[in-house]
Design a protein around this ligand. Structure first.
Ligand code: ZN
Length: 252
């Protein structure tokens, strides 16, 4: 995800850096990871889930961060209660606006780089599984999102559930993140495209696209995946976009 809300630092934050990119993990990140994994019926299942969600979200955000670096923009990664954020440096310092001029097309590439990093990582996980002698069974969710099932002859329950969790988060949530819903990565892409093609009404159109696609994903999640979480999350995002449309209408 790519939002401009920075949760304040706490003394329980985990801090480290990867390739010169500072990473801060807010304590609520672990709490939400545990809540999400609490449906798994074993301690091993819960632990591999927490590792998988940490690694997968970090790789997604590193995709955004390296894309920003390519255009000369420093950044900071924050993992918090609603997932991850990659914040341009001058904003994360509270210093106002980013001082590097980034074009709309570069913004589109930065937004796409997160999900793409996840798909590349999923490819590496699959390649490593094949190298370890694993069997891969093709499988699709909603008929179009690939979600291969992997059976590894080594590593037992730990490695097998870790691989499936990594693939699930990197592929499934990568695709979900590409839906044209604000403020997901796909929502940023659709906004930048529509504003470029129609400077006057592009923002309003992108918000309506967000309302409709957000409602559609909420419905699909509830009906096909029986996921109350997806229904609530996307229902809220669709409603937020609807409110934003009303805000625009009120200003003109
Ligand atoms: Zn993202």
């Amino acid at each position: 995800m790519f939002l401009f809300q920075v949760p304040p630092p706490t003394r329980f934050d985990l801090r480290f850096s990867i390739a010169g990119i500072p990473v801060r993990v807010h304590p609520l990140f672990w709490l939400i990871a545990i809540l999400f994994g609490s449906s798994s019926n074993s301690v091993i299942g819960l632990l591999t889930w927490i590792i998988a969600i940490f690694v997968s979200i970090l790789i997604h955000e590193l995709g955004h961060a390296f894309a920003m670096r390519r255009y000369g923009q420093g950044s900071q990664i924050i993992l918090h209660f609603s997932g991850g954020l990659t914040v341009p440096e001058s904003i994360s310092w509270g210093g106002g606006y980013a001082n590097v001029a980034i074009t709309a097309n570069q913004q589109i590439f930065i937004s796409l780089a997160g999900p793409l990093a996840g798909f590349l990582f999923a490819g590496l996980v699959l390649a490593a599984s094949v190298a370890l002698g694993g069997a891969i069974i093709p499988n699709f969710i909603f008929g179009f999102i690939p979600f291969p099932i992997v059976f590894l002859p080594v590593g037992g329950e730990i490695l097998n559930s870790l691989v499936m969790d990594l693939l699930w988060i990197s592929i499934f949530w990568g695709f979900i993140n590409l839906m044209p819903v604000h403020p997901l990565d796909g929502g940023n892409v659709s906004r930048y495209i529509l504003i470029q093609t129609d400077p006057l009404n592009g923002l309003r159109t992108s918000l309506w696209v967000s309302v409709i696609s957000g409602a559609a994903v909420a419905f699909a999640g509830l009906v096909f995946l029986r996921s109350t979480y997806m229904a609530i999350l996307f229902g809220l995002l669709a409603f937020q976009s609807f409110q934003a449309v009303q805000g625009i209408n009120g200003r003109y």
